[in-house]
Structure formats: C-alpha cells, structure tokens
Design a protein around this ligand. Structure first.
Ligand SMILES: [Zn+2]
Length: 286
C-alpha cells in the first residue's frame, strides 16, 4: 500500500478532493501525527454520509444529527446507529501551506504569490546549476481546464525553463511541456523524514539540467517578413490579444511593433527580442 503522504498527494489530483476520517484511520499513528503536524491538512465541513461499520458493502449511510445527543448514521442494511463524532471529520490539502513548506525546504528566495487562485502559485526562485530558476506549484495540471489556468498565469508563461511542482499527475496537454518546463512530481521525489517533507532535490536537478539545456539552445530569429503572420498565428492558437502577448513577453506595444518591422532599436538577441521569440517559439522548443 502507498504511504500516507503518497495517498494524500494522489488524492489532491481529484477535483474538490476530500480526505475523510475513514481515509486516514488506517494510517500508522506516527505518520498520521507527522502529517497533521505539517499543517497542510485543513479541516473542512463535516461529512453528511459515512460508510456503515457493520455492513461496509451497504450504500453510504446518511448522517442524522437531530435525534438526541451525538450523531447517528442511517444505514439501509442495519438501521439507525450511533457513530462517533470524529467519523464526520474531513480535511483537504491546503496548497498554500504545502507551498510554504516546499519554499522553506528548497530555500527559495523572492516573494511567493498566487497566480491563479486554487491552481497556480509562484513559490520563489533559486540558483540551480548556475541558472536562476523559478518554482511554481500547480494543482490540477491534468484537469480538462488546465490550459485556461496556464494562460492566465503570465508569470509562468514567460518564465524560462522553470520547475513546476505537482502533487502526482503529470500534464496531458502539450502546452504544458513547452518553455523547457520541468516537472517535480512530489509522489516521486518527496517523502516524510523526521516529521518534515523532504525533496530529493539534488537527484531531480540532473534531470532538470537536461531539459533546461535543450531549451537554452540559441533561438533562431524569425525572419522579419514572417513576423506579422507569426504573431497573428500565435494569438489565434492561444486565443489571446496582442496586449496579452505583450504582457506575457514583458515588452510594451511599441517595442513589439519595432521588432515586427525589424527595427534595429529592438535587435535580435537583445532581451526584448529574446522574450518575444521565446514566447513565439514555445511550441517548437522541447
Ligand atoms: Zn449498516
């Protein structure tokens, strides 16, 4: 059986995930205590249905709170029975708290922020093999609407070869695999050690370095004659406006225009042109 930490991380891949008392009651006591001590489990509203302890194969039993003291559960198989109040407790993983733990463990710098509420967080940055790399935490990377979340996260879109921390599931859509992004899957690289979450980061780094190197091959400038059409195509493909393009590439509209015309004030290889090319050539770079 998977460790409690792995069970919990996998569970967060479900939309609106919940951990019930039944989920955690089989966890070894020491690990259960350690996980609660991490502060990543947030208590949510009590359960309205529980499994029956007498006939576990029966459909879920409805919780009844208005008969006498203490909760009861009504089971189709065995009727109304008293249950302990703690069986109603439920939790969810608090991603902001998880992000805080990772930030601390990985010694990340900079100010963390929420980029897309409930979905994408900037955790911070640090040097990784001579490069400054940004770290993001993503929930629901394989959910059907994950590309919409990605497109709302300008900071992530414009981050060269960042590290994306995901609980377990990996992206299924190719847009996520662009820009030299590397995926740090917690079920693979993290474990509980001495009551802390520990990430085997040094081992992960080797893998990340290969992705980043492939990404950092020099960009081939788009021929000037092709630039207007390429920009238009990009906006169509990503359902975005020119204004959003400027925001993602972190250039102003005037610079984008000069680049489009091949004006020497926005030279190829310079920072603004590189950011524009990097964004335009997203899909071609793996
Ligand atoms: Zn029953």
């Amino acid at each position: 059986m998977d460790s409690p930490l792995v069970q919990l991380l996998c569970r967060t891949d479900l939309e609106g995930h919940i951990l019930s008392h039944d989920d955690i009651r089989r966890w070894p006591a020491a690990e259960c205590k350690a996980i609660f001590a991490l502060g990543i489990l947030q208590r949510i509203e009590d359960a309205e249905f529980v499994t029956c302890e007498v006939c576990p194969d029966a459909p879920y039993a409805e919780v009844v709170l208005d008969i006498g003291p203490g909760p009861r559960a009504h089971c189709d198989g065995c009727g109304l029975r008293k249950i302990s109040a703690e069986r109603l407790h439920q939790w969810r993983v608090d991603f902001e708290a998880l992000g805080g733990l990772l930030r601390k463990h990985l010694d990340l710098l900079g100010k963390p922020s929420t980029l897309v509420p409930g979905r994408i967080w900037l955790l911070g940055r640090r040097q990784v093999v001579g490069r400054m790399v940004e770290f993001f935490l993503v929930q629901g990377i394989a959910w059907p609407d994950s590309i919409e979340s990605l497109n709302q996260a300008a900071r992530l879109l414009s981050s060269p070869a960042p590290i994306l921390v995901v609980p377990h599931g990996l992206p299924t859509q190719r847009e996520w695999l662009e820009s030299g992004r590397a995926f740090l899957r917690l079920t693979e690289w993290a474990c509980l050690r001495e009551d802390r979450i520990e990430v085997s980061f040094d081992e992960f780094v080797d893998l990340h370095a290969q992705t980043a190197q492939a990404f950092e091959r020099p960009l081939q400038p788009t021929p000037v004659a092709d630039r207007p059409a390429r920009l238009k195509q990009f906006c169509e493909d990503h359902k975005c406006t020119m204004r959003q393009f400027c925001e993602w590439a972190q250039v102003d509209a005037a610079d984008l225009n000069r680049w489009k015309q091949g004006n020497s004030s926005v030279p190829d290889g310079g920072a603004p042109a590189t950011r524009i090319e990097r964004l335009l050539q997203l899909g071609e770079r793996r």
